[in-house]
Design a protein around this ligand. Structure first.
Ligand code: ZN
Length: 589
């Protein structure tokens, strides 16, 4: 690899040092700009009734959003704490700066709120205005969301009691969980550590550890019973006050998706749970087991020693990105030259991987590269987000940010590309393990998340119909929905149901669908690309669309109709093909 490539973040792309006087200059500039915007438009209200006045106001509003000064100071210190958790100085600066920045942006909140209160008739005029054509989608989203706003004093009260109705309950549950451990083979293991090791243990051990964890979760489930009942009741009260018809309506609206389409999508996946059952039949065969237990759902069926150093991984990405489109490989090249990727684990550095893009600032990717196949997939995944971010910068400021449900399409698509590239270079034995692991991920992302979505639907519906939920009922419903996607080979035990105590998804109402949605759309896109290489142009069109339209409209613009179950069946078809491929590999073994 070229020695000039950097494997750590170069934060001088933001500021020369924590003492850089530019930091204070930036903060002042942003504070001044917000204050002057607020001064002007809190008095001058023509923008609420006149097209030209609104167009002018929105241009200034966009300029405010485009100011790198509004993000750079906080981003800089945030990244410093991400690289070193012990950097207390940066943490303190971050807190101070965040407070100043949020005070400044609070000055301009009134603008959105006032726009939301425009009478419907006037909204219609604005939405049809030629002068406001480029801001139409922004306005439409704002008006659509504002329909559910309450009066200002009511909003204030709801904001304040969110802490007691939701946050403090979830925090209490977290604290309780954090104190729990299990004793196994003379070792004391915290619950997350126990869960992490389960998939790589032998069958007997993993079932033992799993059962110990479930027993522990059951023993503390009295609190989760109260917690979930409280936050689901709080959610119900909010939904009723705001006028949301279904428990999932608010989430789907915030991800800019169409409710009917998403329910069609979830129902289509549910109808095809048999694909997941077919995968588990293969897993059972590979693991030489007649029956499976909940502990086995993510179990490995082997591992292989193939090293993927960062240099080698970069070569693989470069080569296959280049084959797709030179623009992709050139983005990766630039990131490596400029120090926008932090590659290796370090003491104090945050775990996991992510890509962080901000308006007007360079995008930074964080990895914890561990020289294995998973690391390469993660590298490709995060670069998928990064490429999407770069392409979206061709949009006007208001549309640069894309929603979560399209974000995961881009990232998993690049993961697909890379996986295929690597897969072809493996031995037959390695292929079986790699494909099994890959399918295992897909099943977890698509079928398990939709099973969770269905579980959440029934939890909220039961609570709304019956007024309360017992822990036994929560556990029973958990098992019902998990069994549905896991299939006939699984024996679910009563205690398995207490996984709900641990499952954080249940506390982030319905967001799970976005992962399944993204993964399935990207499978379909990948399939189309495989059949017709010129399809990459459509993929680039999708990447450039940012947040300029609803996800449904973005996909429609590249010839995909997400309102029809057929399209999602196409994505599922690809999974089925991979399962058949794995069946064949096992037969030929
Ligand atoms: Zn992602």
């Amino acid at each position: 690899m070229n020695t000039s490539l950097k494997t750590g973040w170069d934060l001088t792309l933001l500021y020369a040092s924590p003492e850089d006087p530019q930091i204070e200059k930036d903060l002042k500039a942003f504070e001044r700009a917000c204050a002057s915007f607020a001064r002007k438009y809190s008095i001058e209200k023509k923008f609420l009734s006149k097209e030209k006045a609104l167009a002018d106001a929105l241009i200034e509003y966009e300029k405010l959003y485009a100011m790198p000064e509004g993000g750079r100071p906080a981003v800089y210190f945030y990244f410093k704490t991400e690289l070193d958790a012990a950097d207390n100085k940066s943490e303190a600066r971050l807190n101070q700066i965040s407070e100043r920045l949020s005070k400044a942006s609070n000055l301009i909140i009134f603008f959105d709120l006032e726009l939301g209160k425009i009478p419907v008739k006037q909204q219609q005029i604005f939405l049809k205005s030629k002068l406001l054509a480029s801001q139409r989608y922004f306005l439409k989203r704002l008006f659509d969301t504002a329909k559910y706003n309450l009066t200002e004093p009511e909003e204030k009260i709801l904001n304040l009691v969110y802490q007691t109705g939701q946050n403090l309950w979830v925090q209490g549950q977290d604290k309780l969980l954090n104190q729990q451990t299990i004793e196994y083979k003379g070792k004391t293991l915290p619950i997350p550590a126990a869960f992490n090791m389960i998939s790589s243990l032998g069958v007997k051990e993993r079932r033992e550890v799993h059962n110990l964890v479930m027993e522990k979760l059951k023993s503390i489930s009295f609190f989760a019973e109260s917690e979930l009942t409280a936050i689901y009741t709080d959610k119900k009260i909010r939904d009723e006050l705001r006028g949301f018809k279904q428990p999932y309506s608010a989430t789907i609206l915030s991800y800019q998706n169409d409710e009917k389409n998403i329910i069609t999508f979830a129902d289509t996946v549910t109808k095809h749970f048999s694909i997941s059952h077919r995968f588990y039949a293969l897993k059972a065969k590979l693991a030489k087991l007649d029956r499976l237990e909940y502990a086995d759902r993510a179990a490995k069926v082997g591992s292989f020693n193939k090293e993927f150093t960062f240099e080698h991984s970069t070569e693989i990405l470069m080569k296959s990105f280049d084959k797709l489109d030179p623009e992709f490989s050139s983005i990766l090249g630039t990131y490596l030259e400029r120090g926008q990727i932090d590659v290796f684990s370090k003491k104090g550095k945050t775990g996991g991987a992510y890509c962080a893009g901000n308006t007007g600032l360079p995008t930074f990717v964080l990895l914890n590269h561990a020289n294995n196949l998973d690391s390469v997939k993660t590298y490709a995944h995060e670069m998928g987000h990064a490429i999407h971010t770069e392409f979206s910068k061709t949009q006007p400021i208001l549309y640069e940010n894309y929603t979560i449900s399209v974000a995961e399409v881009a990232s998993t698509l690049f993961e697909n590309f890379i996986f295929q590239e690597i897969f072809d270079s493996l031995t037959e034995e390695q292929k079986i393990i790699a494909l099994h692991d890959r399918l295992n991920d897909f099943v977890a992302t698509i079928f398990r998340q939709i099973a969770c979505f269905n579980y959440e639907r029934e939890l909220h519906a039961t609570l709304r119909a019956e007024g309360a939920l017992s822990k036994e009922k929560m556990a029973e419903l958990h098992n019902k929905h998990m069994k549905a996607y896991l299939g006939p080979l699984f024996d679910m035990h009563e205690d398995d149901g207490y996984f709900f105590v641990y499952w954080t998804h249940l506390r982030r109402f319905f967001y799970v669908y976005s992962y399944a949605y993204g993964a399935l759309i990207s499978s379909a896109l990948y399939r189309r690309y495989r059949e017709d290489k010129t399809y990459i142009e459509k993929i680039k069109q999708f990447l450039r669309a940012g947040g300029s339209m609803t996800p449904e409209q973005i996909f429609k613009s590249i010839g995909i109709d997400t309102s029809s179950p057929d399209f999602f069946e196409e994505g599922l078809q690809m999974l089925l093909e991979d399962i058949k491929k794995l069946e064949k590999l096992i037969r030929n073994k």
